[in-house]
Design a protein around this ligand. Sequence first.
Ligand code: AMP
Length: 111
Amino acid sequence: MEDCIFCKIVRGEIPSEKVYEDEDFLAFKDINPAANVHVLIIPKKHCVSILDADSETMAKLPQVVAAVADEMGIKEKGFRLITNSGKESGQEVFHLHFHLLGGQQMRGLIG
Ligand code: AMP
């Protein structure tokens, strides 16, 4: 996807603060953090949202989340994992991503 900002990050055309990478996933710090720890976890292969995600990649997501949360020091303390899908959710970047949020007591719509 030529114009997709997260595909550009995957290709190294736009800088990012990477915290994790493997052959299928990349995780980097959100440029506009909403919590003390705010990392975006993305599949390298482009898809728009959870609705068109590749099932093989998605099967790997829990282990990637665990690795990133561990790397960020929030695996044991706790964290939130959020994905937006579609306009009404507030999705702004149309490349599937999971917001990993933590490093503080989380409050908001849930909890
Ligand atoms: P969403 O509203 O779920 O689509 O979230 C998109 C997220 O991407 C927002 O939290 C932005 O702050 C973040 N974002 C946009 N551009 C970049 C970038 N170049 N590097 C890191 N995070 C970004």
